[in-house]
Design a protein around this ligand. Sequence first.
Ligand code: UD1
Ligand code: F6R
Length: 371
Amino acid sequence: NKGKYEHYMQKEIHEQPESLTTTMRGRLIRGGSCKAKTVLLGGLKDHLKTIRRSRRIVFIGCGTSYNAALAARPILEELSGIPVTMEIASDLLDRQGPIYREDTTVFVSQSGETADTLNALEYALENGALCVGITNTVGSAIARHTHCGVHINAGAEIGVASTKAYTSQIVVMAMLALAIGGDTISSQARRDAIIDGLFELPSKVREVLKLDQEMKDLAQLLIAEQSLLVFGRGYNYATALEGALKVKEVALMHSEGILAGEMKHGPLALVDENLPIVVIATRDACFSKQQSVIQQLNARKGRLIVMCSKGDAASVTVGGSCRVIEVPQVEDCLQPVINIVPLQLLAYHLTVLRGYNVDQPRNLAKSVTTE
Ligand code: UD1
Ligand code: F6R
C-alpha cells in the first residue's frame, strides 16, 4: 500500500523518520540521573565477549548493504579498537580470501536471501568464524544460518532501490559499535553524544526531507546529463558510493562515487565546465580537506553542487560559484544517515522526470538469489 505516495521508493524515502524510530525502539537506554546511557541489542548480548576478543571484524555484503557497512566502519573501528575490513561477498568468494576462527564476520543484507552473501556465509561458517547477521527479514536464510544477529526492523521494503533499509542498517551498526566498545571513562562523552545523536536522528531526517522540492528542481537541471560524479571521504565516502548507486540504478544515468582523497590520482582528469559533480562537505574532521578539494575543482571550472552543514554555504563557496545543499548537522558518525537523503530524493526525481520505472528499474530484481 503506497498510501498518499505515487511510488514505493518515494514512500520509503519519506517514511525514514518512522523506520529509524522502529529500528531503535527498545534498544537505546537513556539512563537516569546517575545511570549511563547504553545500548541493548538482544540478539547479541550473549556474544559480545566473543566479538570483543576477535582479532578482526569483517563486514560482508553486496550493493547498498555493503555501502551501509562502509559508512559504519569508522565508528566501529573507533569504539572497538578492532581492525575492521570490508568484503564484497562475490569478491571474497572469487578470491577464497582468508577467514579465520578468530574473526567475527558480519553479514549485512536487507532481504537476508542474497545468493552471494549467503554463499559467503557458508564459507565463513566452514572456516570457523563467528557469523553475525544484520538483516531486515525475520526468518530469512541469513538470519537463520548466522550464529546471532540483529534485525533492523525497518519494515518491508518494496521498491527495488534500497533506501530506508540503508539508513536503518547504518543505525544498527552504529549501535553495534556502541555495544562492542566497552564503556571506558575516556570514551563516555563520545558514547553519550552518539546516543543523544541517535535519539534526535528521526527529527533531523524529517528536517532534511524538507529538501524534496529543492532536489526536484536540481533533478530538472540535471535531467539531460550523461553522467554525475559524487565526491566524499571519511564517514561520507559511503554516501558518495551509495548516492551514485541510487542515481545509476533508478535514473539510468551513469554515476560514480569517488573517494575525494583519490581525486588527483585520476578522476581530476574528467573535470571540465560541463560535468556535474556533487561534493559532500559537511562538518567533520575532514572538512578542511574537502574545502581544498572544492577549491581545486573550482580551479578546473567544475560544475559543483556542494552538500554542506546548515550555515556553511559561505565557507564552501569561496573562490567559485556553485549550487549548495544545506543539511542539518548531527554527530559526525551519524551524518551519513542525513546526507544520503537528498541524494535518494535526487535519484527519485531524476527517474520520474526522465520517465523511467522507479520501483522496478530495468534488468534488476529486489532479491538477487542467483550468483
Ligand atoms: C526480540 C524479538 C522481538 C521482541 C524483543 C523483546 C524476534 C525476531 N525479535 O528482538 O520481537 O520484541 O526480542 O525482547 O522475535 N538473529 C540472527 N541473525 C540475524 C538476525 C537475528 O541470528 O541476522 C537472531 C538474534 O541473535 C536473536 C534473534 O535472532 O537471537 C532475534 O533478533 P532481534 O530481533 O534482533 O532481537 P531483539 O531485538 O532482542
Ligand atoms: C541497491 C540495491 C542492491 C542491494 C543488493 C543487496 O539499491 O537494492 O544493491 O542492496 O542486491 O541486497 P540485500 O541487502 O538484500 O542483500
